[in-house]
Design a protein around this ligand. Structure first.
Ligand code: GSH
Length: 257
């Protein structure tokens, strides 16, 4: 009986802690408790019993995105290297986990997941009590802003910088210069949008760090290192934001490998 009461109090205390940490207001609380299965979910979330395994390549930006969220959330994991040069990602065993023959793949107990950003969201939502609070699940407004910022990263930021990396690096010295110019023009217009956002708030989804900010780090850093392209040059608020997020210990550890 005592054990039961202790367990119940622990669950309630950690629930309250999560609500406060997520920035929810008192109006959000009934909605939080009315979620189907929420107590069971919370129990599972708080206990963190399963073993997390990440299949990937440490040099791939997609794998780095997942490792970054795992480290920020302080979730221990086993890393299984997939040799992309040897095409291990196209093996039948890997295709059974990732139907497109790519990395990363995450296994968490009975859960199997691919797509780096989906994995990042999952980790941040699944482990709310660990590490930095990166995904506001309770406050729907803040969740929507996080999704808005994550969508901008996926559809505006990543295609431009990945496109430049593809033209200038992956094509082995034969870039399509018309496309390069188009992407450079796009970059300026996208940076103007980022500067407008970041001149009003500290991070992309408001004044708290979220997964959306962190999702930028792998490709943003690759562009700086491989293209020597300081893409935020001339945009003081983007520069301030970038220096903030790129100096986080979790990212420093990943980029220094
Ligand atoms: N949208 C996927 C992209 C996955 C992807 O492109 N992975 C690359 C590494 S960053 C890969 O596996 N490349 C090897 C290949 O396509 O064969 C994600 O974010 O996970």
């Amino acid at each position: 009986m005592r054990m039961f009461l202790f367990t119940l109090l622990t669950v309630l205390a950690s629930t309250a802690f999560q609500i406060v940490r997520s920035g929810a207001t008192i109006n959000d609380v009934p909605q939080f408790f009315s979620r189907e299965g929420s107590i069971a979910e919370l129990w599972q979330m708080g206990t963190n019993a399963s073993t997390v395994t990440l299949y990937g390549s440490q040099l791939s930006t997609c794998t780095q995105r997942v490792e970054l969220i795992l480290k920020e959330k302080d979730v221990p994991y086993i890393f299984v290297p997939v040799n992309l040069k040897e095409k291990e990602q196209k093996s039948e065993a890997h295709l059974s986990m990732q139907p497109f023959g790519q990395v990363p793949v995450l296994i968490d107990g009975s859960m199997q997941l691919f797509e780096s950003r989906a994995i990042g969201r999952y980790i941040a939502a699944r482990y709310p009590f660990r590490g930095a609070p990166l995904y506001p699940m309770v406050n729907i407004t803040r969740m929507a802003w996080t999704e808005q910022a994550a969508s901008v990263e996926l559809t505006d930021f990543d295609p431009v910088l990945s496109g430049l990396l593809f033209e200038m690096i992956s094509k082995g010295g034969k870039p399509d210069m018309k496309r390069v110019q188009y992407l450079k023009d796009q970059l300026i217009s996208k940076m103007q949008g980022y500067e407008r956002i970041l001149s009003k708030q500290k991070y992309l989804a408001g004044d708290a760090l979220t997964i959306a900010d962190l999702f930028h780090l792998p490709v943003g850093t690759a562009a700086i290192k491989k293209l020597d392209l300081i893409w935020y040059d001339g945009f003081p608020n983007i520069e301030r934001w970038w220096k903030d997020i790129s100096s986080r210990p979790a990212w420093k550890e990943i980029e220094s490998r």
